[in-house]
Ligand binder design. Structure first.
Ligand code: NDP
Length: 290
């Protein structure tokens, strides 16, 4: 493929992760579009795709990947595929089988990155399970040993959770995937992760824009003036803001034009002043708490 691809950075285990990936969490309608969306994304230069057992779309994603490989757009080793262990599979004997079940759905023999989706262990019925996060992390290390995942990491971990699993295993997660955008800038958590050599993936980069609602959803004067300065959209400015903070955004889209737009962020960069101005929009507000 002749499309431009995202630059990569090295993880603490030596593997490389592309600085931007395709998010895939969505509705049932999105799931039906996912095979095509993954293909469009690879065609547009994406090499990193983020899914999870929870999203119920691993089969469709696997089909999109298989289409792209069989059409000769990419080889498996060109791609960086992430999936995640759901909360109901935290027990030490559940983790390896859960990873294998995800691989079966994806049609892959390894993922590039396997994440613990959250710290909250649950039983099948969704009630809390009494399983220590260290037990789950030790089983994740086994997933990596068995070659089911090249890299292992976590999601929605606070610094205290990171320090707990690190001190109990001496194995650092490669990645912590957390919510970061201009309303939730997470400067301290990012510093804590980067200080420990843990890369940070930023999820829901556009959630705060979508939450504005209505047709004026992108109307933020700070973002608009920066967007105008570079001749880019506000969405592209948000992605660049994250990349320039050395974060890895994973914007979701199942729309071909917006998939292309979101990859078109590697021909400009923000100044430190732009980044500080956007940091000032912080409200410490998750788009998920209401
Ligand atoms: P995003 O912040 O990626 O926003 C997605 C929304 O923005 C969709 O409605 C999409 O619509 C729209 N959109 C995408 N691109 C543009 C654009 N250029 N202009 C205007 N609108 C646009 O939301 P997500 O919450 O999905 O987060 C991204 C990904 O992060 C998820 O898909 C998932 O992979 C991951 N995630 C991980 C979590 C975790 O706990 N680890 C939690 C939440 C998300 P359309 O598709 O129609 O373009």
């Amino acid at each position: 493929s002749s499309a431009e691809t995202a630059p990569t950075i090295a993880l603490n285990d030596g593997y490389n992760i592309p600085l931007l990936g395709l998010g895939t969490y969505g509705s049932r309608k999105d799931i039906a579009k996912m095979r095509e969306a993954v293909y469009w994304a690879i065609e547009a230069g994406y090499r990193h795709i983020d899914t999870a057992a929870l999203y119920n779309n691993e089969r469709e994603i696997g089909q999109g990947i298989a289409d792209a490989i069989s059409k000769g757009l990419v080889k498996r080793e060109d791609l960086f595929i992430t999936t995640k262990l759901w909360n109901d599979k935290h027990g030490k004997d559940q983790v390896v089988p859960a990873a294998k079940a995800s691989l079966e759905k994806l049609g892959l023999d390894y993922v590039d990155l396997y994440l613990i989706h959250s710290t909250q262990a649950e039983k099948d019925d969704g009630s809390p399970a009494d399983i220590d996060i260290t037990e789950t992390w030790l089983a994740m290390i086994e997933v990596r040993k068995q070659g089911l995942a090249r890299s292992i990491g976590v999601s929605n971990f606070k610094t205290e959770h990171l320090d707990k699993i690190i001190s109990n295993s001496s194995v650092y997660p490669a990645v912590n995937q957390v919510e970061i955008h201009p309303w939730l800038t997470q400067e301290q958590l990012v510093a804590d992760c980067h200080g420990r050599g843990i890369a940070v993936t930023a999820y829901s980069p556009f959630g705060f824009l979508v939450k504005r609602g209505g047709s004026n959803k992108n109307e933020d004067s700070t973002l608009l003036s920066i967007a105008e300065k570079y001749g880019k959209s506000t969405n592209q400015v948000v992605l660049r803001y994250l990349i320039d903070r050395h974060l890895i955004p994973i914007p979701k889209s199942t729309n071909k034009q917006r998939i292309v737009e979101n990859m078109d962020v590697f021909d400009f960069r923000l100044t430190d002043e732009d980044i500080s101005a956007i940091n000032k929009l912080n409200k410490n507000k998750s788009i998920f708490d209401d």
